[in-house]
Design a protein around this ligand. Sequence first.
Ligand SMILES: [Fe+2]
Ligand SMILES: [Fe+2]
Length: 294
Amino acid sequence: MCRKWALDLRGSRVRFVTCNAPLTSAHCSVMEIRAFAEQILLQPELDRKLAPPTESLTDLSPGDAMVLTEPARTPDLRFAPRRTAPKMPAFGAFSHPEKRGLAHHIMANHELQALEVMAWVLLAFPEAPPSFRAGLAGVMRDEQRHTRMHASRARALGVPFGSRPVNCYIWKKAMSFTGVLDYLAGLPLVFEAANLDHSIEMAEAFEAAGDPQSAAIMRQIHLDEIEHVRFGLHWLQVLKPEHLTPFQAFEQHLHWPLRPCKARGTVFQREARKEAGMDDEFINAVEAASDEKV
Ligand SMILES: [Fe+2]
Ligand SMILES: [Fe+2]
């Protein structure tokens, strides 16, 4: 590792930033978190969206808020009109490789949207705490890897990523976020929390279909998702008003149709939620949440 001077323009301070380049390397550079987010949202090529930064990330110039309405994507991955993207195949159809490939195709798009939403948050809320922004950039590296894993498996099963229409469900929900607490409630504590259940359901369905490679991807994502939910819960606890419990803050920052019952799948993974740091009150409230419109 080498260290390099960087100028913090906001505080007129000079400080060290670390660089992962070996000491013998002549190359040592840094990338701003904002540039990382812009690379994901403003340029359409999938390879570049999914390229983890090779430089150390700095956050010296978060810049002005930029609220984008749609991520740049290549034509094959642009959001399709409502109800035109294929639905998740029934688990009973997983004996057909093409159906499993379609499942990975759909999940690759989920992961890509999660990545894009996180980049959107970095650009929309530059005033968020620097350690939240740095942590989010770390989660984004995982989402890049998850997208690559699903895309690669979809291709191996005969359904290259981009060969089917893709929906914009997660992205559209994020467009109602008005602050970091909305993001924390809506993405880590709904979509990623629900994926604690969905990832295991999927892993078991792939195993039942005799596809241990696909199952292994889901189990890896499950483990990563525990950390992502932990990250979301931690920051909800840090940023919420003191008089609210974590669950109250979570519920108050959800925008319809997101609601607590959407934060779970079919088979409830209580232990995974405990591992992510949720207390019994939060877990029980999610498990018991009604699906009725109030
Ligand atoms: Fe993911
Ligand atoms: Fe995640």
